[in-house]
Design a protein around this ligand. Structure first.
Ligand code: PMV
Length: 334
């Protein structure tokens, strides 16, 4: 270095890439309890899916003055960027860094339309951002961190069947059964081309909790549904698990419909698909429906019924895509 020159900090750039798969709740989460940090009002239980995933790269870069967030090949909108920046701030605080990051994320499926993209997105972001910031968290701590981005994301840290606890100051998910331990299928029918939903889960559950006279009664059903679902999993009883899944979803939507004004996530094809699956079931198929905060229909079924479930869903007008999924693994670094 020339005498008298001012030393300049070397530019640093550290990146990590993670993949996380979406999960679909069989016992739904719909409502938060009071307090900071995205605390669920009740537990939930989900299946992580193979095939529907988010891949995210986080690069902390000392030359950046703001966080730069990209979804696919386009810059993220203001709301999404604000959510990602708030999440990165949590990671920066833990890691003791002030460096800004470039985040590039892609989904293998439609974003923000009720296909649980926030679950895979915040699980992938939690893993990629912590590793890029040189933090190594346990899976349990990573799950609690992912929850701060989106309640359902806590579950996508783990594969297979997963339970989310509502308890404690910093709730986290716990794996119940590995993806390879029980050969289940979930057939996902995308309704209406996967356009963005009108009311995001976060706003929808807050509105339901604040205004729906049915919400408290539904929350009171969750512990028994969780116990029944876990018992069914222990016994590998698909019919028992499916019944819990269908009633949990319909109950959740009943609370949302009874909000003031009511929240209606269903489209015509949603109802048609539900009837079609019930008709299959009446004919002997092992298939049960669940529906999240969007119009899409997800069908939990036996491997032997997967093909006919997919065929029936594909023939419903306005079902624009059908994905056949197996249980998937937890979040992983690439
Ligand atoms: O994690 P959030 O805030 O996107 O909420 C998820 C809500 C549901 O998908 C409807 C239910 C669930 O448990 O995943």
């Amino acid at each position: 270095m020339a005498t008298g020159a001012t030393p300049r900090a070397t530019a640093t750039r550290v990146e990590a890439t993670a993949v996380a798969r979406t999960n679909i709740a069989l016992v739904k989460y719909w409502g938060k309890r009071a307090g900071d940090g995205n605390l669920p009002a009740a537990g939930s239980l989900s299946l992580t899916l193979d095939g529907l995933f988010t891949r995210t790269t986080v690069a902390f870069d000392s030359t950046l003055s703001v966080d730069d967030v990209w979804l696919g090949s386009a810059p993220a909108d203001t709301d999404t960027t604000a959510r990602v920046v708030a999440f990165l701030d949590l990671v920066r605080t833990r890691a003791g860094t002030t460096h800004r990051a470039r985040v590039t994320s892609m989904n293998s499926f439609p974003t923000g339309s009720g296909l649980a993209s926030s679950a895979s997105a915040f699980a992938a972001l939690a893993l990629a951002a912590t590793r890029a910031a040189a933090l190594t968290l346990s899976a349990r701590d990573l799950s609690a961190l992912a929850r701060r981005g989106s309640g359902s994301a806590a579950r996508s840290i783990f594969g297979g069947l997963v339970e989310m606890s509502p308890d404690g100051d910093d709730p986290h998910a716990t794996p119940l059964l590995d993806a390879s331990a029980w050969d289940l299928r979930m057939v996902v029918a995308v309704v209406g081309g996967g356009r963005p939903k009108e009311v995001l889960s976060r706003a929808g559950m807050a509105h339901t909790a604040a205004t729906s006279p049915l919400h408290r009664a539904w929350l009171d059903t969750v512990p028994a549904d969780l116990a029944a679902a876990k018992d069914a999993i222990t016994r590998r009883d698909l019919a028992a698990l499916g019944e819990v899944a269908e009633r949990s979803a319909l109950g959740m939507h009943a609370t949302a419909l009874a909000a003031r004004p009511g929240l209606l996530y269903f489209r015509g094809a949603t109802v048609d698909a539900l009837h079609a699956v019930r008709a299959l079931r009446a004919g002997g198929a092992n298939a049960w429906v669940t529906i999240d905060a969007g119009p899409h229909v997800k069908v939990l079924c036996a491997p032997t019924d997967e093909a006919r479930v997919a065929a029936v869903l594909g023939s419903v007008p306005d079902v624009t895509e059908v994905h056949r999924c197996r249980p998937g693994a937890g979040a992983e670094l690439e």
